[in-house]
Design a protein around this ligand. Sequence first.
Ligand SMILES: N[C@@H](CCC(=O)N[C@@H](CS)C(=O)NCC(=O)O)C(=O)O
Length: 204
Amino acid sequence: MKLYGSLTSPYVRKARILVREKDLPCEFVVADAWAADSPVPALNPLGKVPVLALDNNDTLFDSPVIVEYLDALKAPALLPASGETRWNVLRWEALADGMLDAVVTRLLESRRPEAQQSADNLRRQEEKIARSLEYVARRLGSGPWLVSDRFTLADLVVAVALEYTDFRYPHDWRSRHPRLGQWLAGVSARPSFIETRPPGMEKK
Ligand SMILES: N[C@@H](CCC(=O)N[C@@H](CS)C(=O)NCC(=O)O)C(=O)O
């Protein structure tokens, strides 16, 4: 198996962390989806990373599908197979992916020439991020994990989204949500997070 993606993409990082957590035999191939000679459009018609190239020569995308596939290869499951805990984890993944979408959309908008930027779009994305931070902070218990009594895909994806927010939309959310900041420090100290930290992303 080969995982194609960039070093900075948080969607790719979700899969890279899972590969490291479960010690799976999967080669990481650095590929830039935006480059003119990118191999990505031939692997995924959407032209996006991550893409997982399977041993049968077919490919899988996007990140929720890839992490579910990789997780199913080896126990213990980070995504519970059934029941309420499964839906709880999937809800966290949807929230985290939506946060990433908002941070990416805001970043791309902010990189447009200033005269062409939409203040309304920037504000809408920032509101989504603020509401998501509130949502996580409100539901976070006193323990180290979001769902059940162990590290799951929920912790993985939410921590990736929070670290990516710090990376691409740095602002002081910690003074409003100090417990969330402490929780993130705990998860992001895991070797899988340290080893996949994008170049230029500082440890908070
Ligand atoms: N929903 C997708 C999002 C993937 C995505 O947007 N990846 C970005 C990199 S961060 C990309 O490849 N963008 C290239 C493009 O949009 O053309 C997933 O979860 O995999």
